[in-house]
Design a binder for this molecule. Structure first.
Ligand code: PLP
Length: 350
């Protein structure tokens, strides 16, 4: 305790429903496994659900899946110069934006006597990774001179840093950039990767998808939501992950602290409101495991706050010590719970 309970069948079904939906308009999927630290069983559930690739931003996660014998193409979402050798060894494909890094990848690919596939990312306004559109032709021209690399695609990523929404306009721009490149350099790029879980609304409403034929999905497969407004996608499972933690204290106490005021454990001086005497419950779960704002509960718990190892609930509800409480998680919460060594990962069936 605490533990995270994972229902693989629901993740597989989410992957299947999304794969079928996107395939209906010619879009293949990469299942993104970074929020679950490349857990091989979860990646396998995505593959069984129909995703064509597994993608992760961390080499360690890709390595974990490689070792587990996953049979699919592995994609590295973020490539560092210093990791080029391992990237070539572990990943089949990597996403790139820097020529120095590509040179290094090509060098190690030659050394390892293999060909490494690359996708070039283009900046379309979110201001995270990407080659500026005006620099793209020259960037591609130079990439094509690297003999141990094979350029297989172009992609972009939105709604991550600048909170820019995938739209008909920016997706049409990506389509145009791809077709210009294909014409100019006589290429036939197999992957035109339009984005991530935030592309759902665009996909559902766009008249034309242009030539976009791939998306990279993490959150919508794992938590079943569209990330533009964090709205549940109908028909998907939204609680494939549940965090379970134990009540360790249950008492009635005043709602206002007493004594001289100083800083709390994290250096701030909190404010409290007077609600009289109330039920106070402590759950063995803390900031070291997860941020309390990432927790949601069907029981409408009144979460007052948390310190490193204690989650504090207040209000009407009365719990007994030893009782287990269940929480749903948002994406940040999932990431934190999966990363914490204190949270047991347990596969369960419904
Ligand atoms: C994390 C990531 C994704 C997946 O994002 P979701 O919102 O979880 O679908 C896709 N592409 C890149 C480059 C990423 O880093």
């Amino acid at each position: 305790m605490p533990r995270i309970e994972i229902i693989l069948a629901q993740i597989q079904e989410n992957a299947r429903i999304l794969s079928e939906l996107y395939a209906s308009r010619g879009v293949s999927l990469m299942g993104v496994s970074k929020a679950v630290l490349g857990d091989p069983a979860i990646a396998q559930a995505m593959i069984q659900g129909g995703v064509s690739f597994i993608a992760d931003s961390r080499l360690e996660n890709l390595e974990r899946m490689r070792k587990a014998g996953l049979k699919t193409q592995l994609v590295l979402l973020r490539t560092a110069l210093s990791e080029a050798e391992a990237a070539v060894r572990v990943a089949d494909i990597s996403l790139n934006t820097e020529f120095e890094t590509l040179k290094r990848l090509s060098h190690y690919a030659e050394q390892q006597r293999r060909q490494h596939q690359v996708i070039v990312m283009v900046e379309l306004g979110d201001l995270r990774e990407g080659v500026m559109p005006r620099d793209l032709p020259q960037f591609v021209q130079r990439t094509l001179t690297l003999s141990n690399l094979k350029l297989v695609g172009v992609g972009c990523n939105l709604a991550c840093y600048g909170a820019i929404k995938p739209s008909e306009k920016n997706m049409a721009e990506l389509s145009q950039l791809v077709s210009d490149l294909e014409r100019q350099f006589c290429l036939d790029l197999s992957i035109h990767s339009g984005g991530n879980s935030a592309n759902y609304q665009w996909f559902k409403t766009a008249q034309s998808l242009g030539n976009i034929n791939n998306l990279r999905l993490g959150e919508s497969i794992l938590l079943g939501c569209d990330t533009v407004n964090r709205i549940a996608i109908p028909g998907l499972h939204h609680q494939a992950f549940q965090l379970v933690a134990e009540v360790i204290e249950s008492k009635t106490k005043p709602s206002l602290p007493w004594g001289e005021v100083c800083q709390d454990a994290f250096g701030s001086v909190p404010q409290f409101s007077e609600r009289g005497i109330e039920n106070r419950t402590i759950v063995a779960l803390g900031k070291q495991d997860i941020a309390s704002a990432s927790l949601q509960s069907k029981q409408k718990l009144n979460i007052l706050g948390a310190s490193s190892d204690h989650l504090i609930l207040g209000g009407e509800q009365l719990f007994t010590i030893g009782q287990e409480l269940q929480f749903s998680l948002d994406y940040g919460g999932l990431l934190a719970a999966m990363t914490s060594p204190f949270v047991e990962k347990r596969f369960v069936s419904v």
